[in-house]
Design a protein around this ligand. Structure first.
Ligand SMILES: C[S@@+](CC[C@H](N)C(=O)[O-])C[C@H]1O[C@@H](n2cnc3c(N)ncnc32)[C@H](O)[C@@H]1O
Length: 301
């Protein structure tokens, strides 16, 4: 196919897009330029790289998507998809974009579930459903529940989790699932944990991740993580496993908070793939006193 005089080749368009995105401060301009082209062409990275070596034209609409990304709209909001472990999750405005660090938290859960016949797991603050969906997908036979408070995030989670057989609850992690008290083998959470004053620098996060997914409450951001730990103590069987993601600087505080309750043993800090202390796990030694019952709405396909 011959191109018109003004139509750039795919290779030229991706080069120009890389420059535009770099000028806009996008952290990985070449990767994003390629991913936007891949998305429009509906091909994988291998095929895209082959097309870049030839004389293929740039796809229609490419410049428009690059312009959106240059406004620091998250790549995943533009493509509508976030890749997380083996899943392609539907995402968009109103839901937290799952991060690669969280994949390590899922691995801790999967390792813990090895050899268990029909483990029962709950993900508190599921967002897009990245954690709960991955466990349902990768651990055959697991009974997976997920809790989400935000109406908008819950709608995205429903889209991603109901086809995977996850039981999704719209509720508050502080009092959700009282009818399941003392019955889960694993409670996992990536709760909001950013301190109130620590506004993230990246526009993709500050302007596009929902505030209710970021700020943990209180000056130190620790209200919701502390509540997640209390709910874990209520929901787990004795000997059950709790794992929670947090910021690197919060690891000592979280370990001390868990130890102080006297409910937990084996409190352990875990590093992510970058060597940062980004998760803490513990085993329930003593069940927590029963909490009040909360109201919630259950969804299951
Ligand atoms: C940091 S995001 C994590 C989302 C997802 N688990 C992930 O790792 O990608 C925290 C999530 O907790 C939800 N959330 C905030 N407060 C909550 C509450 N009180 N009860 C349940 N979910 C809550 C937010 O809406 C958000 O989806």
């Amino acid at each position: 196919m011959t191109r018109g005089a003004t139509a750039p080749s795919l290779a030229e368009a991706v080069r120009e897009a890389t420059a535009v995105l770099a000028a806009a401060g996008v952290p990985s301009p070449r990767v994003d330029a390629e991913l936007l082209a891949e998305h429009l062409l509906g091909v994988g990275l291998g095929r895209l790289r082959a097309l870049l070596l030839g004389d293929s034209p740039a796809p229609d609409g490419y410049a428009e998507l690059v312009a959106e990304r240059a406004q620091r709209i998250p790549l995943q909001h533009i493509t509508g998809v976030a890749h997380f472990r083996y899943l392609e999750l539907a995402v968009g405005p109103g839901v937290f974009i799952p991060r690669p660090e969280t994949e390590s938290v899922v691995q801790l859960v999967i390792d813990r579930l090895q050899g268990m016949a029909r483990p029962k797991v709950v993900d508190l603050g599921t967002g897009s459903g990245a954690i709960a969906g991955s466990i349902a997908h990768e651990v055959p036979g697991a009974e997976v529940h997920a809790v989400e408070y935000s109406e908008f995030a819950h709608a995205w989670a429903a889209k991603n989790l109901l086809p995977l057989g996850v039981v999704l609850i719209r509720g508050d992690l502080r009092d959700a699932l009282p009818e399941h008290n003392g019955s889960f083998d694993v409670v996992v959470s990536n709760p909001p944990y950013i301190p109130a004053e620590a506004i993230p620098n990246e526009p993709e996060v500050a302007l596009h991740d929902p505030p209710e997914a970021l700020y943990g409450g209180g000056a130190d951001g620790m209200e919701l993580p502390t509540a997640a730990a209390a709910s874990a103590a209520r929901l787990l069987v004795p000997g059950g496993y709790f794992v929670m993601e947090h910021a690197e600087v919060q690891s000592a505080w979280i370990a001390a908070m868990l130890n102080r309750t006297g409910l937990w043993s084996e409190v352990t800090t875990h590093r992510d793939l970058n060597g940062k202390d980004r998760a803490t796990s513990a085993v329930l030694a003593v069940p927590a006193p029963l909490a009040d019952q909360g109201s919630q709405e259950v969804m299951k396909e």
